[in-house]
Write a protein that binds this ligand. Structure first.
Ligand SMILES: Nc1ncnc2c1ncn2[C@@H]1O[C@H](COP(=O)(O)OP(=O)(O)OP(=O)(O)O)[C@@H](O)[C@H]1O
Length: 257
């Protein structure tokens, strides 16, 4: 992480209003290269709206700005976010369960051979290399031809994160990736989240569960009623102190009780 470099992504003074509801209110938020930022907040605090903003599904209300690697992006959209290398990984629904691992890895971006046909051999070969090299599957028990449905939740998230990294994602937005997973699968998923950082990429990790977020992030941002209520680093606050703060914010809307 280099603080002299412009952030990978930055939201400046971003608000989002739906009729009477102000889902985001003058939010300043940034993620640096190689940084994993946790986004925490209670129900209705604006986390999903933030995810949709970063993915280009929402545009900021007038006055708000989206910046990417030091340049202001005009006409923010899903196509722009995608072209800049912003990828989302969310619960298991991100994958096609009845398809093989290799099909899932290349879905929507299948390479073709010189006859214009899908290059299946290449996809299987590259999927096998990724599974071995990135996901650490050396046993041979998990094969690129395996149907995703037969894999564990943690392994599925591994496929989704590997796919994002393989396609040169600069920023991976993880939207509650541990939802519904067992303890060991959650652990596996958190290891994959760490691998994003090891690959020199960035991530925003949204989760209800502070116990999942705290151990893997460089920085924590707390949302409350559409506003940034606080910012912490795991080095600067213990998990117990953080849990206390979250309770206080949920109760009073302020960091201090
Ligand atoms: N499309 C929309 N139209 C109207 N109101 C919306 C819309 N999207 C979000 N909101 C409102 O904005 C506020 C923030 O919602 P958001 O879904 O971002 O919260 P959240 O932190 O993701 O909550 P949860 O943890 O429950 O998913 C809520 O009051 C919600 O009802």
């Amino acid at each position: 992480m280099d603080a002299t470099e412009p952030p990978v992504m930055e939201l400046r003074g971003v608000s989002k209003t739906f009729g009477e509801v102000r889902a985001l209110s003058d939010v300043d938020f940034h993620v640096r290269r190689g940084e994993i930022v946790g986004l925490l907040g209670d129900n209705g605090s604006g986390k999903s709206t933030m995810v949709k903003m970063m993915m280009g599904y929402h545009r900021p209300d007038p006055g708000g700005e989206v910046w990417f690697e030091g340049e202001r992006v005009q006409g923010w959209s899903v196509a722009k976010a995608r072209a800049l290398g912003i990828e989302t990984v969310y619960q298991e629904r991100a994958l096609a369960d009845l398809q093989s691992v290799w099909r899932n890895m290349f879905m929507g971006r299948e390479p073709v051979n010189r006859f214009g046909l899908l290059d299946i051999r290449r996809m299987r070969r590259e999927a096998a290399a990724l599974m071995k090299g990135h996901m650490g599957f050396t046993s041979g028990a998990v094969h690129p031809d395996n149907v995703v449905q037969t894999m564990s939740g943690g392994e599925k998230q591994g496929v989704a994160i590997t796919r994002a990294l393989f396609f040169e994602a600069r920023l991976v937005v993880l939207d509650e990736p541990t939802m519904g997973l067992s303890l060991s699968e959650t652990q596996k998923t958190l290891d994959f989240v760490r691998s994003i950082k090891e690959a020199g990429r960035s991530a925003v990790f949204i989760d209800h569960n502070v116990y999942h977020v705290y151990p893997v992030v460089d920085r924590l941002v707390l949302l409350d009623r559409g506003r940034i209520a606080g910012e912490f680093t795991p080095a600067g606050i213990t998990l117990e102190q953080l849990t206390d703060r979250l309770r206080t914010v949920a109760r009073t809307g302020r960091l201090e009780g």
